[in-house]
Ligand binder design. Sequence first.
Ligand code: SF4
Length: 473
Amino acid sequence: MTEPMPSKFKPYTRQTIHLARQWQWMSPDLQEAVQVVSHVLPFRVNAYVLEELIDWDKVPDDPIYRLTFPHRDMLPAAEYEQLRDLVLYKKDDAAVARLVHGIRMRMNPHPAGQMTHNVPRVNDAPLKGLQHKYKETVLFFPSSGQTCHAYCTFCFRWPQFVGMDDMKFDARECSELVAYLKTHPDVTDVLITGGDPMIMNTRSLAEFLEPLLAPELAHIQNIRIGTKSVAYWPQRFVSDKDSDDLLRLFEKVVSSGKNLAIMGHYNHAVELRAPVAQQAVKRIVGTGATLRMQGPLIRHINEDPKSWAELWTTGVRLGAIPYYMFVERDTGPRDYFSLPLARAHQIFQEAYSMVSGLSRTVRGPSMSAFPGKVVIDGVVTINDEKLFALQFLQARNPEWVRRPFFAKYDPDATWLDHLKPAFGRDKFFFEQEGGGAPRAAGGRVIPLVPAGQQRSDTGCSPVLHGGTQPDAA
Ligand code: SF4
């Protein structure tokens, strides 16, 4: 039976998912996996995702089901069984908590130096809700925007949603951000991110946006908002009771002379097929704001180049701008989701070759790694050596940007720190230029700037939702 399009936001969690009619359509195995794995990874879905985005005839292989529902293979088999026994049979809460904590810490909860290297400081005190990695861009995490309309199983910000409070970035109000920006005239871009800032009502969002329009912050030219609401709850821009007020707020920012860029996180073409999702795009760009599309390439979810091509082409037709295809980050259940870099490059190339020049604003596949955003430009052979050609699109040191470099081709590598320099060198140029930081045993890139010693103007992680993989996020 078809249900009407949900018009009121209704979330479901582990505690309430059994109330959704779709729960009965899931096999006992799938239900068990949700009950077990959601102790480790966050789980939240909503009625729109359940009714409109998931094709239940294709579950469990449906991409949006994989995107939002925990699966048993997201944990190693032994860990899964141990946790299942504790959760379902022994019902030992203290033992569950200990095991869950151990699993989460193994999952590299904050990759790319987010907790140690990107947090700006004033008088040596960290500003909790800010990150500053690239000279011109500051990320801001309003506390009321640190949740999402649904949670992605691959999310690189997952610790925020599972109560790891010491792993949380949030700011209760805007005054520290404004004070910081006043003393940093080099900053031109502010990315408001989360979680999802669009979870806030318009009045709360205005409290964060309007102070950025002050004359003393004339150097702030671009305000970006990273959001997944365009896919998970497009009603936010169309039919929520304050959606018209939201559009008026966007117009106010645009009429102040600044660029408002909505960094829309999309994972699959299906997210832009529903009429309400298309209407959301048109209403956003109708305010004079821009909408950029970005998202990570994830095994089990969006390996099909045709899906990317459809997504970018539809977006361009509606007025959006394809921006980034990211490589899935080295955190969370990444063994389940990651693809070799060689395969990622192939998928990007195939998708890119299917679209017109207007969609070729997209860049990728790009890794939001510790030293910066590194894009795989291609696979080349030089002097009989097969290599990856790479470059920084964004970097902790601005002089590294767009400087080509090469790594030995490795068909299994899934992240920058798996790669080895080409031409017999033992370090990449950015390792040599970052204070002579050596490579650790096992080939991991050592942090370039020790924690607590970074300059206040060199901090943030690129986030999924806005200039994210996340700038997005
Ligand atoms: S990837 Fe973005 S939308 Fe998805 S759970 Fe993480 S922060 Fe939320």
